[in-house]
Design a protein around this ligand. Structure first.
Ligand SMILES: Nc1ncnc2c1ncn2[C@@H]1O[C@H](COP(=O)(O)OP(=O)(O)O)[C@@H](O)[C@H]1O
Ligand SMILES: [Mg+2]
Length: 583
């Protein structure tokens, strides 16, 4: 019951959002639907004069009025037939054209709406604070951008289809009212009687439908989980367990699907049987109360048409109820990603200047007792190579994230060149930063695209220079395709260390003032790593490097080592002659 209410609310929410987006275009679409529906009924209603021609050429007032209007009195049967058929063809042509325009308008509108949602979501993601994104479950974002979005598009399509069927039904009913008011009224009674079992069946099937779509999600989830552990399965002979788990989830989903389709087919059967009884009743009662046979037959034809529109309407609303909640999921995400207004003035840009110092003044992040950083005070200077050491969970990544203004301290102040790092300053500050994360990431694209991502147009020589600094120039040169070499399963499979070196080259190409490396060189062999740092400091003596590392060999190239433990700064060591420089 609560679920149904929720579905209704979601459908209303979706409709409101859609109307707000489409504005006048939605009005035009609705108008086209109404005109299409009316023309459809008129084409069916033309059956009445047609039947009248054969059954009762003299008595039916409506048909006679039509013939007298256009044809000379006492025209032949065939000219009357010709007139009706001519009108029929004209109406059909206009109707078909209107419906074509209607369908195109609807398709365009719903695709534009889908695109609008997609871009809106990405924009919200791009404008959000990193902390909000970090605190959000990753799965939630992936689901919103993937499954939820396609479900909203589906719901939107279904909503429009339901609206089309509904306008059809109303137009058809109005036509029956015009042709044979008694039949139209009987129809209302029949609908009222049939509504109860129908609504019950609808609720049941919509609950099943919901289970089915959640089952589908579980299968996708299980599949990706299992595929993620594929290597593990093979390495430990666990493939049978893998297959077993998959088969179990798939079987469950199949059972739900079958129950749903069973429910659907019994609903259709019930509806068809009900329609047969209702149709017979209509004809019988209509005949008894003396409705002219031609009108009765035409009404009956329209009734048959209404029946199929009803089945479609029910199916659409059913699936609509299952898919509409995705809209709520997306809206919820957008709410949680409220962007903050940045105030980046020209004056601020001018005053910040190049990096001179970065100061942590009694900075704490997190809450007691699980401090991510606790009372950290330290000043970093331009040109330093600072190693950050400490066990896992010591707060090294948090320290780096605070440095980049991604994580905002709960107390204390971070200052850049003595200017507090608020969100506007942080926005400018990050233009000066290159950050290579712990899980170095590359696109499945060419080396060139991987290197130039996020920086301006760059001539090839510069790209090769960066590759030379990370000692990847020879490796890439040997591939034959050079900078066009694909970094993907189709192209070259680079080793972990090679991937890290490409990510490092990308970071260097941004021409940063501060290079932040979060265990980003740990897969590179020790000699190559030392050589890279040496080349880097030769090429960019002013560059400030902050590098998180566990290996003594990495820390050996630093001129300063900061050690963190449980969020606290426990050691700040200056080294007079670091190895990389000494070599
Ligand atoms: N987004 C987060 N929200 C809350 N706690 C976090 C978050 N990220 C990390 N932590 C916690 O903060 C502590 C420091 O984490 P982190 O800075 O990643 O450590 P390190 O990089 O040194 O391994 C850990 O106890 C970790 O569980
Ligand atoms: Mg870390």
């Amino acid at each position: 019951m609560g679920e149904d209410k929720r579905s209704q609310r979601e459908v209303v929410g979706l409709a409101r959002d859609f109307v707000k987006f489409g504005g006048r275009r939605v009005g035009a679409a609705v108008l086209l639907m109404i005109i299409g529906g009316l023309l459809e009924s008129v084409s069916l209603a033309l059956l009445a004069p047609l039947f009248a021609l054969f059954t009762d050429p003299h008595r039916d007032g409506l048909a006679n009025r039509l013939f007298n209007l256009v044809l000379p009195p006492n025209s032949s049967m065939s000219s009357k037939l010709g007139l009706v058929l001519f009108l029929f063809v004209i109406v059909m042509i206009v109707r078909t054209l209107v419906i074509m325009v209607r369908d195109r308008t609807n398709a365009r509108l719903q695709m534009d709406f889908g695109e609008h949602l997609q871009v809106r979501m990405m924009r919200a993601l791009g404008a959000a604070r990193w902390q909000d994104i970090e605190n959000m479950k990753h799965a939630r974002i992936t689901q919103a951008l993937g499954g939820s979005l396609s479900r909203v598009t589906t719901a939107n399509t279904l909503m429009l289809q339901a609206a089309v069927q509904l306008t059809m039904l109303i137009a058809q009913w109005l036509m029956v009212l015009l042709l044979a008011p008694a039949v139209a009224l009987i129809f209302v009674v029949i609908v009222a009687v049939g509504a109860y079992p129908l609504i019950r069946a609808l609720k049941g099937s919509s609950a099943l439908g919901r289970e089915m779509s959640s089952g589908g999600l579980t299968l996708v989830h299980t599949t990706s989980q299992l595929l993620g552990g594929l290597k593990l399965s093979f390495a430990q002979n666990m493939q049978p367990a893998f297959v077993h788990e998959y088969a179990r989830v798939a079987r469950e989903l199949k059972n739900r699907r079958y129950a749903y389709s069973k429910g659907q087919s019994s609903m259709r059967a019930g509806l068809t049987m009900g329609a047969a009884i209702a149709g017979a009743l209509l004809l019988f009662v209509g005949f008894t109360v003396g409705i002219p046979i031609a009108r009765l037959l035409a009404s009956f034809a329209i009734f048959a048409r209404m029946n199929s529109a009803t089945v479609l309407l029910i199916q659409c609303s059913n699936q609509l109820a299952n898919n509409a909640p995705a809209h709520g999921e997306i809206m919820g995400l957008l709410d949680d990603l409220k962007s903050e207004r940045l105030n980046v003035s020209e004056g601020l840009k001018a005053s910040l200047g190049p990096m001179k110092s970065l100061e942590f003044d009694d900075v704490s992040v997190g809450h007691a007792p699980d401090w991510r950083l606790k009372d950290v005070s330290v000043v970093l200077h331009r040109g330093e190579t600072i190693g950050i050491a400490g066990p896992s969970g010591a707060g090294k990544t948090t320290f780096l994230d605070s440095t980049a203004g991604l994580v905002v301290p709960n107390s204390g102040t971070i200052r850049v060149n003595r200017t507090p790092l608020d969100s506007s300053v942080a926005n400018l500050w990050r233009d000066r930063i290159s950050y290579v994360t712990q899980e170095c990431f590359l696109f499945n694209e060419s080396i060139r695209r991987n290197l130039t991502w996020g920086s301006k147009e760059t001539p090839d020589e510069i790209l090769w220079e960066a590759l030379a600094i990370v000692r990847m120039d020879a490796v890439i040169g040997k591939t034959g395709d050079g900078l066009d070499t694909e970094v993907s399963e189709r192209g070259i499979r680079f080793s972990g260390g090679e991937r890290q070196r490409i990510a490092l080259a990308r970071a260097i190409l941004r021409q940063p003032q501060i290079l932040i490396l979060d265990e980003a060189t740990n897969a590179i062999d020790i000699d190559t790593e030392a050589a890279i740092f040496q080349r880097l400091s030769a090429a960019r003596p002013d560059l400030t490097i902050i590098v998180v590392a566990h290996r003594p060999s990495t820390l050996a190239v630093c001129d300063r080592i900061i050690r963190l433990e449980e969020g606290r700064l426990v050691e700040d060591l200056r080294i007079e002659a670091p190895e990389a420089v000494a070599r």
